[in-house]
Design a protein around this ligand. Structure first.
Ligand code: ADP
Ligand code: ZN
Length: 722
C-alpha cells in the first residue's frame, strides 16, 4: 500500500489535499514538496492529517503522486503551530499564511546561480529621459530585469532597451554563499548600572530557553538597543538564532551599522525590497540555521528559523506592525505567539509602550524592565507648547514666531534642527478657487497630493499619479488652482524663505528611497552639512544625531483628528518619539510643539512629562468604552467594484448576524477608506466582550453565506483603522 501525505498548497483558494507518496520519496510533517494541481505544479508543505481537514477526501487508488520532495529542511512543528494559530485567530486561509513562511516560494528553486543585471557604465547613444532616470536610479544596484524596472520606476521595456544598448549587462550571482558569523565578543560596551541590571535579567532569560515576554521600557536614548544586544550575544553563545523585528525597512540600514559595530559583521536583513537572489540566499540560511541573527520588517516573523533562541521587537508600540492587507495580522501579538510555540523569550523594546502591552504587564502576563534615564548623563529635552491661537504664523505660513526664532538661534549656534510634519509632498489637497473643485483619486476616497519635487499629483493609497494640472477640469478656469495645507516640501520652502542661509534636507520615503540614500543622509547629518531637516515619521526613530538640539512639531493636532480609538495614544507616542531625537549628545535639547489645543490631555502630558497619568486616563477611557484591551473589535470588510453589490452583500451579511450575549454588530457603513484601488468598501463592525470567542462566532456566521463572484469578504480581527 502506498503512503499518503496531506499537503497544504501555496494556493489560497484551497484547503489541504492528499497525495500519494511513492517508494523512495521520504516525507514527514513539514516537508516541502511539489505537487500537481490540475495541469500545474505547486509548492506545498506536508501537514499532520489529524490537525487539518482535507477539502476533498480521495480514495487511495485515485491519489495523484507528489511530483517532488525538496532537499530543504522541513518546517518545524512550532512554525506549523504558528501558521495554524495565525489562520485561526485572524480568520485567514492557512495557505495564505504559509505563503509568508515560504516567502512566496521564491526561495525554493534549486539553481546555485542566477543571472542578474547591472549598469555597465556605457552610456547609450540615445538617452531618453526615461533611460536617464533608469540609469540614475539603478546606479550601482543589480537585479532581475523586473526588479530593476521597479527600482527605476520605468517599464520592463526600458530596461530591456538598455540591455540591448549595452548600458546594462548580465552577471552571474551565486545564491548559496555563507553569511559571516556575528561575534558575541567583538566589542564590549561598558554598561550603566541600570543597563547591567536589565542585561543580567535578559541573559538569564535567554539561557533558560523558555517562553518569557519582557517589556523593555526605557526613555529615548536610554540605551535599549545596547541592552538587547547583550541578550542577542547570549543567544549567539548558546548557538541559537535571534529575530529582530523593526517597524520599517528604512530603519534597517542604521541598525545594520550599529549591529556591526557591536558584533563585527552585519546581521542578515529581510524585507520586501530584497532581490530574488538575496531572498533565496537569506531564506536558505535561515532554514539551515546558518543565519544567526535576522533583522527584518514584519514578514520576517514567519520564516523557518531552525533554532530560534530569542525574538526582539524594537519600537514595539509602532502601528506599522499591524498588517492591513492580505492576512490582516499584528506582528507584535503574533511574535509573542511564536515565542510561546518556540519556547523562547521575547523582548518588546519601546519608550512609549502600547496600552495593550502595559495591560499585559498589569495582568502579570508580561514582565517589565525599565531604563528611566538617558545613557551617559544626557538629559531629556525640554518640551514646550506653542499656542497657535496666540502665536499665529503669518498668512499662508505654518511656522509660528517662537519656532522661527528658535530655528534661527539654533542655526546661529551651529546646531541642527528637525521640523516634523507627518505629511509627504507639498500640499495634501489642491482646490479650484473659482468653482471649488477638489482633485480626488479616481480609485480611492483620497485627495491627490501635490508633489513638487517630482512635479505631479499622487494618491498615497493606490499610487495613481497625474501631471500637475494647468486648469481646473471642472470650470476650465486657468490660474485658479491653489494648494491647501502644508506637506514637508512646503515647509522646506517656508524655511528657505525665512532662513535662506540654512542648508535643509527633506526626509520622507520619497527622498530616502534606497539604503544608499539613507546612508548619504546620515553622512551629511553627521558631518554637519545639514542645518535643518524637514521630515515625516521616517526621521522620528532610530537615528542618533548628537548635534541635533531643536525639534519643532509643526502640527501636533494632526494625529488627533478623526475618530480612531488609538488617536490620542498614537499622537502621544509619535510626538514623544520625535522629541526623543533632540539633545541626545552633550548639548541639551529643546522641543516646540505647535498646537491649537494646548490644553488637550496629550499635549499636557508631553509638556509635564507626566506619562503615567496620561496612560492612566487613556486606559480608563478604554475601560469605560469597553475598547481594547478590555473589549474587542473585529471588522468585516465587504468590497466590490460595484457599489450596489458591496452594499447589498454587506446588508445581507448584517441581517444574518447571530444574536450573541456580549456582542453587538454595527453597520454596514462605508469602511474607513470607502473606496480603495477601485473597490468600494463597506464595513460591519463587531464589538464584543473580551471573553467571547469572536472568531468562532464569525466563522459560524459567515460559513454558510454566499456572495456574488466579484465580492470579497475579509475579516480584520483587532483592527487598527476606524
Ligand atoms: P534607545 O534605543 O533607548 O533610544 P540607544 O540604544 O540608541 O537608546 O542609545 C542611545 C545612545 O547611547 C547611542 O548612541 C548608544 O550608542 C549610546 N549608548 C547606550 N548605551 C551605551 C553603553 N553602555 N556604552 C556606550 N554607549 C552607549
Ligand atoms: Zn488612489
Amino acid at each position: 500500500m502506498n503512503k499518503r501525505a496531506r499537503v497544504l498548497l501555496l494556493n489560497a483558494a484551497l484547503g489541504p489535499l492528499d497525495y500519494r507518496v511513492d517508494p523512495g520519496q521520504h516525507v514527514e510533517p513539514g516537508s516541502i514538496v511539489l505537487a500537481p494541481l490540475g495541469p500545474r505544479q505547486l509548492a506545498g508543505v506536508v501537514w499532520e492529517p489529524e490537525r487539518m481537514g482535507s477539502d476533498a477526501e480521495v480514495g487511495d487508488n485515485r491519489l495523484r503522486p507528489l511530483a517532488a520532495v525538496y532537499d530543504l529542511p522541513p518546517l518545524a512543528a512550532p512554525l506549523r503551530r504558528l501558521i495554524e494559530w495565525t489562520a485561526d485567530y485572524y480568520l485567514a486561509p492557512p495557505a495564505a499564511v504559509l505563503r509568508m513562511a515560504l516567502a512566496s516560494a521564491s526561495a525554493l528553486d534549486g539553481a546555485p546561480t542566477i543571472v542578474e543585471y547591472r549598469a555597465t557604465g556605457h552610456v547609450p547613444p540615445r538617452l531618453t529621459p526615461q533611460r536617464e532616470q533608469a540609469l540614475e536610479r539603478i546606479d550601482k544596484r543589480q537585479g532581475l530585469v523586473r526588479e530593476l524596472a521597479t527600482i527605476a520606476d520605468v517599464s520592463d521595456a526600458v530596461i530591456r532597451g538598455l540591455v540591448k544598448a549595452g548600458a546594462i549587462g548580465p552577471i552571474e550571482v551565486r545564491v548559496d554563499d555563507p553569511f559571516p558569523l556575528p561575534d558575541p565578543d567583538h566589542a564590549h560596551p561598558a554598561l550603566s548600572e541600570a543597563q547591567a541590571d536589565a542585561v543580567g535579567t535578559l541573559v538569564a532569560a535567554v539561557e533558560a530557553k523558555s517562553f518569557a515576554p519582557w517589556l523593555l521600557d526605557g526613555v529615548t536614548g536610554s540605551g535599549k538597543t545596547e541592552v538587547y544586544f547583550e541578550a542577542i550575544a547570549a543567544a549567539l553563545r548558546a548557538d541559537r538564532q535571534t529575530l529582530v523585528l523593526l517597524p520599517e525597512i528604512a530603519l534597517t540600514e542604521p541598525f545594520l551599522k550599529r549591529f556591526a559595530a557591536r558584533f563585527g559583521v552585519a546581521p542578515v536583513a529581510w524585507h520586501s525590497d530584497l532581490r530574488q537572489s538575496q531572498r533565496r540566499r537569506a531564506w536558505r540560511a535561515i532554514a539551515s540555521g546558518e543565519a544567526k541573527v535576522v533583522v527584518g520588517a514584519r514578514s520576517a516573523l514567519f520564516l523557518p528559523y531552525r533554532q530560534l533562541g530569542l525574538i526582539v521587537i524594537d519600537e514595539a508600540h509602532e502601528t506599522s506592525f499591524k498588517q492591513e492587507e492580505g492576512v490582516a495580522y499584528h506582528a507584535r501579538d503574533t511574535a509573542v505567539m511564536r515565542a510561546r510555540f518556540e519556547e523562547v523569550p521575547i523582548i518588546l523594546a519601546t519608550a512609549t509602550p502600547a496600552i495593550e502591552t502595559r495591560h499585559q504587564v498589569a495582568l502579570g502576563h508580561y514582565s517589565e524592565l525599565t531604563l528611566p534615564d538617558r545613557f551617559g548623563g544626557a538629559t531629556l529635552p525640554d518640551i514646550a507648547a506653542v499656542d497657535l491661537t496666540h502665536d499665529r504664523p503669518d498668512r499662508g505660513r505654518w511656522l509660528s514666531p517662537p519656532l522661527v526664532a528658535a530655528l534661527a538661534e539654533t542655526l546661529e549656534r551651529g546646531e541642527q534642527s528637525l521640523l516634523f510634519l507627518n505629511r509627504r509632498g507639498y500640499a495634501p489637497l489642491t482646490l479650484c478657487r473659482h468653482c471649488g473643485h477638489r482633485f480626488q483619486c479616481p480609485n480611492c476616497t483620497a485627495w491627490m497630493v501635490e508633489h513638487r519635487l517630482t512635479a505631479r499629483l499622487a494618491c498615497h493609497h493606490c499610487g495613481h499619479v497625474m501631471p500637475p494640472p494647468r486648469a481646473c477640469p471642472e470650470c476650465k478656469e486657468e490660474d485658479s488652482l491653489v494648494p491647501c495645507g502644508p506637506g514637508v516640501e512646503r515647509i522646506a520652502d517656508e524655511v528657505a524663505a525665512i532662513l535662506p542661509e540654512a542648508r535643509t534636507a527633506i526626509v520622507t520615503s520619497d527622498t530616502l528611497w534606497s539604503p544608499a540614500k539613507t546612508a548619504e543622509f546620515v553622512g551629511r547629518m553627521e558631518s554637519g552639512e545639514i542645518d535643518i531637516v524637514i521630515g515625516t515619521q521616517l526621521v522620528t526613530k532610530g537615528y542618533h544625531f548628537p548635534n541635533l538640539t531643536l525639534v519643532g512639531v509643526v502640527d501636533a493636532d494632526l494625529g488627533l483628528s478623526g475618530g480612531d480609538l488609538r488617536a490620542a495614544e498614537r499622537s502621544f507616542q509619535q510626538i514623544a518619539q520625535v522629541a526623543g531625537r533632540a539633545g541626545r549628545g552633550e548639548k541639551p535639547g529643546r522641543v516646540l510643539v505647535q498646537t491649537y489645543e494646548p490644553a488637550a490631555p496629550v499635549i499636557r502630558a508631553l509638556i509635564s512629562g507626566d506619562r503615567e497619568s496620561f496612560y492612566a486616563a487613556e486606559t480608563e477611557a478604554r475601560r469605560m468604552a469597553n475598547a481594547p484591551p478590555f473589549g474587542r473589535f473585529a471588522g468585516i470588510i465587504v468590497s466590490s467594484e460595484n457599489l450596489d453589490e458591496a452594499v447589498a452583500t454587506a446588508r445581507s451579511i448584517g441581517k444574518a448576524a447571530p444574536h450573541v450575549d456580549g456582542m453587538e454588530v454595527y453597520g454596514p457603513a462605508p469602511a474607513p477608506l470607502a473606496m480603495l484601488r477601485g473597490r468600494h468598501r463597506q464595513r460591519l463592525l463587531v464589538h464584543a466582550r473580551r471573553s467571547l470567542d469572536v472568531q468562532d462566532v464569525i466563522r459560524a456566521w459567515l460559513g454558510p453565506l454566499e456572495w456574488p463572484r466579484g465580492v470579497r469578504v475579509a475579516v480584520d480581527v483587532d483592527p487598527y483603522s476606524f
